[in-house]
Design a protein around this ligand. Structure first.
Ligand SMILES: Nc1nc2c(ncn2[C@@H]2O[C@H](COP(=O)(O)OP(=O)(O)O)[C@@H](O)[C@H]2O)c(=O)[nH]1
Ligand SMILES: [Mg+2]
Length: 181
């Protein structure tokens, strides 16, 4: 049995908790707390430590998903959560371009932790104001070969598609490493 650890990160309210909840076969271990102040306009709960979910791909492959807290004041958790990850997903809130800079910053930080494969998920594509994955790729100044995938976090199929793309990249990397030896 092979287990693969993936981290799901991205700005506050991008949809990380929803993303993990949609596909996890166990009840997501959430660590949400009520929040007050201006953030309340967006939502009134936030993830303070992490979300944890599991998805069985087949008899010999299980994915473990770790969702990060999105707010800077909890970012001391990020490096701890990234330990042992084989890949990561940066969720972008496609309807809030004012968060794109933060998404890019988070991407750079996770790249610095480990040189694993990653994908970008352009989330909330069901909403009319959503920026397209192509436009997000340009706005975030991503490299040409970076995968930017369309996603709706409450739609299990799109979440699975994102996870599979990352899994392919991870498997490709592993094969490349083997050939290089
Ligand atoms: N319409 C729409 N709403 C979403 C989507 N993903 C998340 N949301 C909503 O956005 C808000 C923030 O999601 P949450 O998972 O708590 O974000 P987190 O802070 O990244 O964990 C919640 O109200 C979700 O229901 C999506 O793909 N489409
Ligand atoms: Mg959350």
């Amino acid at each position: 049995m092979q287990t693969v650890k993936m981290v799901v990160t991205g700005p506050f309210s991008a949809g990380k908790t929803q993303f993990i909840q949609s596909v996890s076969e166990i009840d997501v271990v959430k660590t949400e707390r009520k929040i007050s102040s201006d953030a309340e306009r967006v939502k009134n709960e936030t993830t303070v430590a992490m979300d944890f979910g599991r998805i069985t791909v087949d008899d010999d492959l299980v994915l473990y998903l770790f969702g990060t807290p999105g707010q800077r004041r909890f970012d001391f958790m990020w490096e701890i959560l990234s330990e042992g990850m084989l890949g990561f997903i940066v969720l972008v809130d496609s309807v809030r371009p004012e968060t794109f800079r933060e998404a890019k910053h988070i991407l750079e930080i996770f790249k610095s932790y480990a040189s694993t494969p990653y994908v970008i998920a352009a989330n909330k594509q069901d909403l009319p104001d959503a920026w397209s994955p192509e436009d997000i790729k340009i706005a975030l100044k991503l490299e040409k070969d970076t995968k930017v995938l369309s996603c709706v976090a409450n739609d299990k199929e799109t979440v699975k598609a994102v996870l599979l793309e990352l899994l392919y990249s991870i498997l490709e990397r592993m094969q490349g490493d083997e050939e290089g030896q």
